[in-house]
Design a binder for this molecule. Structure first.
Ligand SMILES: Nc1ncnc2c1ncn2[C@@H]1O[C@H](COP(=O)(O)OP(=O)(O)OP(=O)(O)O)[C@@H](O)[C@H]1O
Ligand SMILES: [Mg+2]
Length: 514
């Protein structure tokens, strides 16, 4: 045994000596070229081919890398022996992953695919317009050369589809924000994400059931409309404008849409974006199957800037894609930038995307923003109607359908129906009353709500009365003043006439004539 170790040590010594000779005799370029040549020869004679799927592809994040990670996480949990295990903050699911430089074997249509997770340290920070991460990550796929035409690109499609399914099944929607403005992190993401856990659904959303059904059907049509959009040559996107007073459920509707379709939400804070090109970059970094939201659009951007710059006869230059005068200043985001964002060629850089804008004051928006194709559906979120009220009572007080549709002894439901429209109360305000009274007996809570509604109606009536009274007093005062003026004019007709003439500029002429 001792002899074995001695000979091994001397062998290694010889090897090290040869290596140092090689280094001394051959320059680095030659060594590199030789290694490349060997590599080529090896590839020629090898029966395998290799695909590198890097995390960052040039400047963009490689969507396939993320998909492979999710895809392998499902099989890794079963087959892997050494796995990385992660759980994102507030996430409900654990994610298994291949540890650094570990391998996993997968099969597809009878062919074997070997995946390796390759993580290497970045040597030195090469010149880049943004800092790159310290590690280079990627997957290497190894398949037999003969299997290549058999499984590619179907295998990759299968990976993308499975990854999307897994994401949807995990029910982990993501809510992205651009709190850093348009600046990117080291992995090239301008968006920060948190798991999206909003419990609002179309079941809990209080609004007219017919309108709700119409919106749901529209969303379904959209999500299943891949072939339709392809056939008609339209970009696969749709715009919804939600408008109405504060507290009528616009944000809740967006959450319900995301939960219904299983889409992620990109909550775009427009005030954090400084230029149109930043806006475009943000758009490029959104993924398919997502809802891009701009809340309170009227407050986010000066929407009047477009038409006010040019005389009406001249077409406003902001109409031209990305070539408005404000674009050239490059320091502000303009309406044209926003229109391009939703409707320009860049808006089609992904597919299956929904744009949702919300506003409290639709009349302040530029008509160009509202036209079909940009905002295909305008949804008015109104004050609480009776059908909406019934949904809220089910949500908060635990009523079921039968209880609210059948006969009732005390008639409070009927009374609620009579006053609700006149009360002009938002679902948010109704919710508040119901939350406060949710521990009481259902009928008691209803009565309390009825009292609140009645007192609002009374207040409104009183307000109307006092406004009418104020108007009356104002009219009376005006009339009195007019009478007073007439009286004064009658008392001194000559003075008044001269004064009038002077005002009209005729007094001087008269004087000259005389
Ligand atoms: N239509 C609705 N259905 C169910 N709940 C609602 C509805 N409208 C409001 N609410 C309740 O009121 C709260 C505020 O609603 P939400 O934020 O959706 O209103 P909004 O219209 O977006 O208001 P704002 O214009 O101020 O942003 C929600 O948390 C929700 O509980
Ligand atoms: Mg809102």
């Amino acid at each position: 045994m001792k002899e074995f170790w001695t000979s091994l040590a001397s062998l290694m010594g010889v090897f090290a000596f040869c290596q140092s000779i090689l280094h001394a005799v051959f320059p680095a370029e030659l060594r590199f070229a030789t290694a490349k040549l060997f590599n080529r020869l090896f590839n020629c004679f090898s029966s395998y081919c290799y695909f590198d799927i890097t995390e960052i592809d040039g400047v963009n994040t490689n969507e396939l890398y993320n998909a492979v990670q999710v895809y392998l996480s499902s099989s890794a949990s079963v087959a892997g022996s050494r796995l990385s295990l992660t759980r994102a903050l507030n996430s409900s699911a654990f994610t298994f992953g291949l540890s650094n430089n570990d391998r996993l074997v997968d099969t597809f249509r009878g062919a074997t695919a070997t995946w390796e997770h390759v993580v290497t340290q970045r040597q030195a920070q090469t010149f880049s317009w943004r800092p790159l991460p310290d590690e280079k990550r990627g997957f290497t796929l190894r398949i037999k050369k003969k299997d290549k035409p058999l499984i590619l690109p179907a295998y990759l499609d299968h990976i993308m589809d499975t990854a999307n399914d897994i994401r949807r099944r995990n029910q982990d929607r993501l809510l992205y924000t651009n709190s850093r403005g348009g600046a990117m992190d080291s992995r090239g993401h301008p968006w920060e994400s948190v798991p999206f856990k909003h419990p609002s659904t179309f079941d809990t959303l209080a609004m007219d059931p017919f309108k709700k059904e119409e919106i749901m059907a529209d969303l379904r049509d959209f999500a299943e409309g891949n072939t339709f959009y392809q056939k008609t040559g339209r970009a696969w996107k749709r715009g919804y404008l939600l408008y109405g007073p504060p507290g009528t459920g616009k944000s809740s509707m967006i959450a319900a849409m995301a939960n219904y379709l299983g889409y992620d939400i990109y909550d775009l804070e427009l005030t954090e974006v400084h230029t149109n090109s930043e806006l475009r970059k943000l758009l490029m970094k959104t993924t398919s199957k997502s809802i891009i939201v701009i809340e309170d659009i009227d407050c986010s951007i000066n929407l009047a800037n477009r038409s006010s710059k040019k005389p009406p006869s001249e077409p406003p230059s902001d109409f031209r894609a990305g070539a408005g005068p404000d674009d050239s200043t490059a320091n502000s985001i303009t309406l044209s930038g926003l229109l391009n964002f939703t409707d320009g060629l860049w808006s089609c850089c992904g597919s299956e995307r929904i744009f949702v804008f919300t506003t409290n004051r639709i009349e302040k928006l530029d008509p160009a923003l509202l036209r079909s194709g940009r905002m295909d559906m305008h949804i008015f979120m109104s004050y609480c109607s009776f059908p909406a009220l019934k949904i809220l009572m089910k949500n908060y007080l635990g009523f079921d359908d039968g209880e609210l549709d059948g006969e009732e002894e005390d008639g409070s439901l009927k009374q609620l129906e009579e006053v609700i429209d006149e009360a002009d109360i938002t679902p948010a305000d109704v919710s508040e009353v119901l939350i406060k009274n949710r521990r009481r007996e259902k009928r008691e809570a209803m009565k309390e709500l009825l009292e609140v509604l009645k007192s609002r109606v009374e207040k409104k009536k009183a307000g109307r009365r006092s406004a009418a009274a104020r108007k009356k007093t104002l009219n009376e005062e005006l009339e009195e003043e007019e009478e007073e003026q007439e009286k004064r004019a009658l008392e001194s007709p000559k003075d008044g006439g001269e004064a009038m003439d002077t005002c009209n500029g005729k007094g001087g002429e008269k004087g000259e004539e005389n």
